[in-house]
Design a protein around this ligand. Structure first.
Ligand SMILES: Cc1cc2nc3c(=O)[nH]c(=O)nc-3n(C[C@H](O)[C@H](O)[C@H](O)COP(=O)(O)OP(=O)(O)OC[C@H]3O[C@@H](n4cnc5c(N)ncnc54)[C@H](O)[C@@H]3O)c2cc1C
Length: 453
């Protein structure tokens, strides 16, 4: 009987398991392995905070590309008034994933054997015609096909903060369970980064009754744009064919601005143009050469991120309220140096455009710089081991891992491993857009088809 093992049961591993369970007809053994006991949650949907709200409307969060209203139907069983454009709590989405996984297991064809394992996979090696996983209880698990769905890595510590690494007042991983609980109500907190992670942390602090000042700092101090209220059924403008042909980065940027102006004249919102780009983003990304990709990452990525990864309206409103009240201040600049003293964290900050740096003293510092994408700097035995042995390779931009068009991981020489696959935001190396559910669910459905073919 063929055995497929999926490492990681966040959104990607769960979505793939569900697709396989629903489609497999014949004998199949499927193992879903997650290092924490909670399946179908992962980093994004494991939060307990009700302030952590999906940043995609309910109507676009179905697990299944071919059943777009599945999540909405699930939501309406508990919230009959839920509307397609509503932004619902992320933990409720975790309930949905768990529910759909439970149904898929119960309804799988008779020859399909499913098991879940609460284990960390430490190593993967070749063993005859199988892949052998070493689990943290010391047991091996052999499988014909393995899918790496291990998700995002915790943020890396920026160079100037290295001296803080051992200090408990520096929170490197804001997603670690209970990370914020140690912060006293009146503490003066620096949030390093001004993206959606900063939004989550500011709101979580507010929920725990925080009264102290919050300073959010990033190089450009660009904040995520807000979605429209009830952003249901946007009318996507057609992208002209000319926009899709190969062109340089500058020309493309000018073209995009023209499209947005044109869309505004035709009564569309700029968000509709960004949405219309979504299905063709991988094509656009793949048309860029390495130099252009590098230029995009240096000069345009922050602008792309704040327009593309937007905040739900209630979240954006709460952040605005925090700013209006003066509790949250947003500043453009960068940290040049940081050291921990007995009573505080002392920072040297250079405000954007200023010639001189200034001193800033805070009680706590939360790293909100977002997931680390550079495998060389993370402490993940499985992936680092595979990388060291040349079984997998990073892409040149350090965004993720190289794969072929069928999700097979490439080794150091560029050869695809026929049995080792990737399903994770690390697909951004080849797709760029591989972050949110609407893209990842499509990848999960396609990979399930390939695995069962
Ligand atoms: C905070 C946050 C909020 C988001 N909000 C939204 C949103 O509102 N809408 C949207 O569309 N997208 C959202 N996203 C994006 C997207 O949905 C997630 O990135 C997606 O959940 C990624 O899923 P994943 O399975 O790749 O990773 P994860 O969900 O992180 O799951 C990976 C799992 O693998 C396990 N694991 C890792 N290594 C091992 C190992 N060696 N052995 C065993 N298990 C291992 C981990 O414990 C984890 O459970 C959000 C992302 C984040 C980070």
């Amino acid at each position: 009987m063929e055995h497929i093992a999926i490492i990681g049961s966040g959104f990607c591993g769960t979505a793939l398991a569900i697709q396989l369970l629903r489609s497999a007809k014949g004998p199949l053994r499927l193992s879903l392995i997650n290092r924490s006991g909670r399946l179908a949650r992962g980093l994004a949907y494991g939060t307990r905070s009700v302030s952590h709200i999906l940043n995609v409307p309910a109507e676009r969060m179905s697990l299944f590309p071919d059943q777009p209203s599945d999540f909405l139907q699930f939501a309406r069983k508990q919230m009959p008034e839920a509307k397609p454009g509503d932004f619902l709590p992320r933990r409720f989405y975790g309930d949905y994933l768990q529910d759909r996984l439970g149904h898929a297991i119960a309804e799988a064809a008779p020859g399909v054997r499913f098991s879940s394992l609460c284990q960390q996979v430490l190593e993967l090696t070749e063993h005859g015609d199988r892949l052998r996983l070493l689990l943290d209880d010391g047991q091996p698990l052999d499988s014909q096909k393995v899918i790496i769905a291990t998700g995002n890595f915790a943020p890396a510590t920026p160079g100037p903060l290295k001296l803080l690494e051992a200090d408990p007042r520096y929170l490197r991983d804001p997603w670690a369970p209970g990370a914020l609980e140690s912060i006293p109500t009146h503490a003066n907190v620096l949030l390093l980064g001004t993206g959606l992670t900063m939004y989550d942390m500011a709101l979580a602090l507010e929920d725990q009754g925080h009264r102290g000042p919050l300073l959010a700092l990033s190089r450009r101090a660009l904040l995520p744009q807000a979605h429209r209220d009830n952003a249901s059924h946007p009318v996507l403008p057609d992208l002209p064919q000319a926009f899709l042909r190969h062109m340089g980065l500058n020309e493309r940027l000018r073209g995009l601005r023209r499209l947005i102006r044109q869309a505004a004249e035709d009564g569309h919102d700029w968000r509709d143009v960004i949405a219309a780009l979504r299905p063709v983003t991988p094509q656009l990304w793949q048309s860029l050469n390495d130099t252009e990709r590098g230029r995009f990452l240096r000069h345009l990525q922050t602008y792309w991120d704040v327009h593309r990864h937007r905040a739900a309206p209630p979240v954006a409103q709460r952040i605005e309220d925090l700013r209006n009240s003066g509790q949250l201040r947003v500043q453009a600049g960068r940290v040049l140096a940081a050291k921990a003293t007995e009573n505080s964290i002392d920072l040297e900050i250079r405000p954007r455009g200023a010639r001189h740096s200034q001193r800033q003293v805070v009680d706590y510092l939360i790293n909100c710089t977002g997931p680390c994408t550079d495998l060389r700097t993370v402490n993940e035995p499985l992936l680092c081991g595979l990388l060291d042995r040349g079984v997998i390779r990073q892409d040149r931009q350090g965004l993720g891992l190289d794969t072929d068009e069928e999700f097979r991981l490439l080794d150091a020489s560029g050869k695809a491993n026929p049995d080792l696959y990737l399903l994770s935001p690390m697909l951004r190396a080849s797709h760029w857009e591989a972050t949110a559910v609407p893209e990842l669910r499509g990848h999960a459905a396609r990979l399930a088809e390939l695995l069962l073919a």
